[in-house]
Design a binder for this molecule. Structure first.
Ligand code: DGP
Ligand code: NA
Ligand code: NA
Length: 215
């Protein structure tokens, strides 16, 4: 996706992590603070379950429908593509967009199920590249302390262990593709929020001087 270099765009930031790492809580706190400080910022959750494609993903995650692994993989990617033009336009108009999950979840959850890593990356090629990726990491021990999982399809220990390994593999692989930061999600909510805030400010500073790139 070729984009003109804008004079003052917003930052595109992805927050990634395992289920139960506290992504949604952290994203909500972050949005509150961005708004308090009067910044133009919005949250984009992935999957976005409100679209037609998103509703298919939702029913798959709730196990009310079954789908071939490739088919659901492509739907998750299609869900990002259907929102890409709006993300691009908003960032270039000066909005900072916080994404609760993005292409990295897209790759690692499907690869954890056994689809090929390179295959998994292909459909997302060309999507807007985040200025910063913040990965909320949770050790197996800290994960166990947080109690039971929810009821959705992937929220089982064996899957989450594989997902964590795949995230670690992918972070190495895409090291040069963006500004990756791993945060220990086992720390207190306030501590993690403070660290996220520092990274967001840094990403906004970085965004001022560069055009948005693509994956
Ligand atoms: P959440 O709404 O953040 O709890 O995410 C729903 C679940 O779907 C969660 O277990 C992570 C998984 N997930 C998120 N994005 C993708 C994706 O692009 N592909 C696959 N296979 N799984 C995903
Ligand atoms: Na979840
Ligand atoms: Na979440």
């Amino acid at each position: 996706m070729a984009t003109p270099v804008p004079t003052s765009r917003g930052a595109l930031i992805a927050i990634e992590g395992l289920d139960r790492a506290g992504k949604s809580t952290q994203c909500d706190l972050l949005m509150e603070r961005l708004q308090r400080e009067g910044k133009k910022a919005r949250l984009q959750k992935f999957p976005d379950r409100t679209t037609t494609i998103g509703k298919m993903i939702d029913s798959y995650l709730k196990s009310t429908s079954q789908l071939d692994d490739h088919a659901i993989h492509l739907l998750f990617s299609a869900n990002r593509w259907e929102l890409a033009a709006k993300i691009l336009a908003d960032v270039n108009e000066g909005w900072t967009i916080i994404m609760d999950r993005y292409v990295y979840s897209g790759v690692v959850f499907s690869a954890a199920k056994g689809l090929g890593y390179e295959y998994c990356r292909t459909p997302d090629t060309g999507l807007p590249r985040p200025d910063a990726v913040i990965f909320l990491d949770l050790s197996a021990a800290d994960a166990a302390k947080r109690g039971g999982f929810g009821e959705e399809r992937y929220e089982v220990p064996k899957m989450q262990r594989r997902v964590r390994e795949m995230f670690q593999f992918m972070m190495e692989d895409v090291r040069d593709e963006g500004d990756w930061k791993v945060l220990d999600a086992g720390k207190s909510v306030e501590e993690v929020q403070g660290e996220i805030w520092g990274l967001v400010e840094k990403a906004e500073e970085f965004a001022k001087g560069t055009g948005l790139r693509s994956i």
